[in-house]
Design a binder for this molecule. Structure first.
Ligand SMILES: [Zn+2]
Length: 93
């Protein structure tokens, strides 16, 4: 999904979404803010796009990629870091 031409296909923005996680160290659940990079498909290609770009654009879909891989536990007596406990790091929109 990465590529040099992606900037021609997508408008990028960063978004923060709340999510509930349980720390694997202290087992305390809390709400965390997870950052995502949203790549929204442009309404149309810029003028002068080649055949390859047009084909890529036709197949492109908006998606978002998780930025945060780890979070710091919010329990002040723990504060340890843990991996975001979800396999899903890319979500189609
Ligand atoms: Zn913890």
């Amino acid at each position: 999904m990465e590529g040099m031409q992606d900037r021609q296909l997508y408008v990028e923005r960063q978004e923060s979404k709340p999510a509930q996680f349980t720390c694997p160290h202290c087992r305390q659940a809390a709400e965390y803010t997870v950052r995502w990079l949203v790549r929204e498909k442009k309404k149309q290609l810029p003028r002068g796009a080649g055949a390859e770009e047009r084909q890529r654009f036709a197949q492109a879909r908006s998606y978002m990629v998780r930025v945060d891989e780890q979070l710091a536990c919010r329990n002040p007596r723990c504060r340890r870091r843990f991996d975001v406990p979800t396999q899903q790091s890319v979500v189609l929109l």
